[in-house]
Design a protein around this ligand. Structure first.
Ligand code: FAD
Ligand code: MLT
Ligand code: ZN
Length: 472
């Protein structure tokens, strides 16, 4: 009897997909990348069914590829083209298991979409602060597996800072129940943090106990025109000192990125009469009773103008205007998907080194492919920018793709010289796996391989992701 038959009798016919049309959605990601095809796709409906499916695959020696919302940007959820891997979708694990407003914890299953996690928190007047432009599709399981970042990191941290415990199905099918909603528990190694960011290579997250924070319904939001990246970096401490702990987002947008949005997002409008090289979206957020935000923002902007750090500013006067300003930032990824070929990058350096990094990177990239366009934007408050490269005006996607390796090396070299990261928030998946292995400290790589060997000795859990498949 074949594995597909076993999975079908264990999970029911509706939970095992084999037809090409049914599995196609799992073979490409949000960017449209991917050319693999799975043995089948299984859609278990509970932790117990995930455990059964993984155990059957383990007994058959068949690799498993966990799949959440398919919005990952490093190819981590894609099957290879061998036709021998089982894609395991967490989409049906959508229960909100419990909300404890007094204890500020929320327990949800892995397939719950991030926007629904945020809504579950709001339903008890709390905030779950993880916020990404993909929040309508990405799942909390994928967010934890990739240790997602997003626009609120500078105030609340990455996904790993927002989780208290996990339920995980291990590569042999056993279930680890680590869903303790305890703030403090020093009884051995921190297994929760080990699985966060492991991109499905150490086990499958089936549920999580998350931290909740005070709701911040009040906002003060501004879209700024800046003379330079240096100004963006110099303005950050001014905004912080004027706003105390209420700074909730500080995003950088280049003119190239804004032009891309203006070209493809019908509702987007340039906030100013003339173009500027750089823009920033700055947002303060506070409790319903917090009347200080507008004055704090005004004071910060006044000081910014005084120090010639700000060239122009628009402060949102209503929730709908706030949304139209956020659209200029959050519309970039989607807009680029309609703007021809692009090569995504996601790097970080200490914030103060950002201006020189961007200048150095632009020079190196132009030397590789003259006229290459840098669609630069991102979470400047965390020292994290996205360079999503586009072909030179009049150039072709083929030129861009042909130069992809050299362009990536140029970015990675500029980052490495400043002690930065070649993947700040998107993980390694397959797209940055080899560049990371070539650059990572050998001791660190060796430790990672030891962990992988210890938890997944058969190498069946998302093989070829994070670490090179042929790692000794
Ligand atoms: P998938 O793409 O399904 O999977 C991602 C990885 O996690 C794969 O390796 C997969 O095998 C593994 N995985 C998925 N679910 C599980 C599970 N339950 N257990 C174990 N492993 C699992 N990312 C950021 O960090 N910051 C951003 O600001 C950001 N903005 C984005 C904007 C857009 C428009 C898009 C399309 C993506 C953006 N992303 C961003 C990337 C992506 O949304 C995140 O990586 C997200 O966390 C992926 O979640 P997902 O459920 O789609 O995971
Ligand atoms: C974002 O911040 O929008 C993403 O992390 C970057 C991207 O989609 O390229
Ligand atoms: Zn990002």
């Amino acid at each position: 009897v074949s594995l597909v038959d076993d999975l079908t009798s264990a999970l029911g016919p509706g939970a095992v997909l084999t037809e090409p049309d049914d599995v196609a959605a799992y073979c490409t990601d949000w960017r449209g990348a991917g050319s693999g095809r799975p043995l089948c796709v299984v859609r278990p409906g509970s932790t117990a069914e995930v455990s059964t499916a993984v155990r059957l695959c383990h007994e058959a020696g068949t690799p498993v590829v966990p799949h959440g919302g398919g919005t990952g940007l490093s190819g981590g959820a894609l099957p290879d083209d061998s036709g021998s891997q089982v894609v395991l979708s967490l989409a049906r694990l959508r229960a909100v298991r419990g909300v404890d407003a007094a204890g500020d914890t929320l327990t949800v299953e892995a397939g719950v979409v991030l926007a629904d996690v945020q809504a579950a928190a709001a339903s008890v007047d709390r905030l779950f602060p993880l916020s990404l432009a993909s929040e309508g599709s990405c799942t909390i399981g994928g967010n934890l597996a990739t240790n997602a970042g997003g626009t609120a990191v500078l105030r609340y941290g990455m996904a790993r800072d927002l989780v208290l415990g996990l339920e995980v199905v291990l590569p042999d099918g056993r279930v680890w129940d680590g869903l303790r909603p305890l703030r403090k528990d020093n009884t051995g190694y921190d297994l929760t943090q080990l699985f966060v960011g492991s991109e499905g290579t150490l086990g499958i997250i089936t549920a999580a106990t998350l931290r909740l924070f005070p709701a911040t319904p009040r906002h003060a939001t501004a879209w700024l025109a800046l003379p330079s990246v240096e100004a963006a970096v110099s303005l950050l401490p001014v905004v912080r000192s004027r706003s105390g702990g209420s700074l909730a987002a500080y995003e950088l947008v280049s003119r190239e990125a804004l032009d891309t949005v203006l070209r493809h997002v019908p509702a987007a409008r340039d906030a100013f009469g003339e173009p500027h090289e750089w823009y920033a979206l700055v947002e303060l957020a506070g409790a319903a009773t917090d009347d200080s935000l507008d004055d704090a923002l005004e004071a910060a902007l006044a000081e910014g103008f005084e120090q010639s750090l700000v060239a122009d500013a628009v402060v949102a006067g209503s929730p709908s205007q706030r949304e139209s300003l956020w659209l200029l930032r959050e519309g970039i990824s989607e807009a680029q998907n309609h703007d021809g070929a692009s090569l995504k990058h996601d790097v970080s350096v200490p914030v103060t080194l950002l201006p020189e990094l961007l200048a150095d990177t632009a020079a190196r990239l132009d030397a590789v492919l003259p006229g290459v366009r840098l669609v630069t934007y991102g979470h400047v408050g965390d020292g994290n920018v996205h360079h999503n490269l586009a072909a030179p005006v009049g150039g072709s996607g083929d030129d861009l793709r042909a130069a992809a390796g050299d362009l990536a090396d140029a970015i990675y070299d500029a980052v490495a010289e400043r002690g930065g990261s070649i993947s700040a928030e998107h993980g390694l998946g397959t797209t940055k796996r080899d560049a990371n292995a070539a650059r990572k400290d050998p001791v660190e790589l060796d430790l990672m391989r030891s962990i992988k060997q210890a938890l997944d000795p058969a190498g069946l859990m998302n093989p070829g992701k994070v670490l090179p498949a042929d790692s000794p």
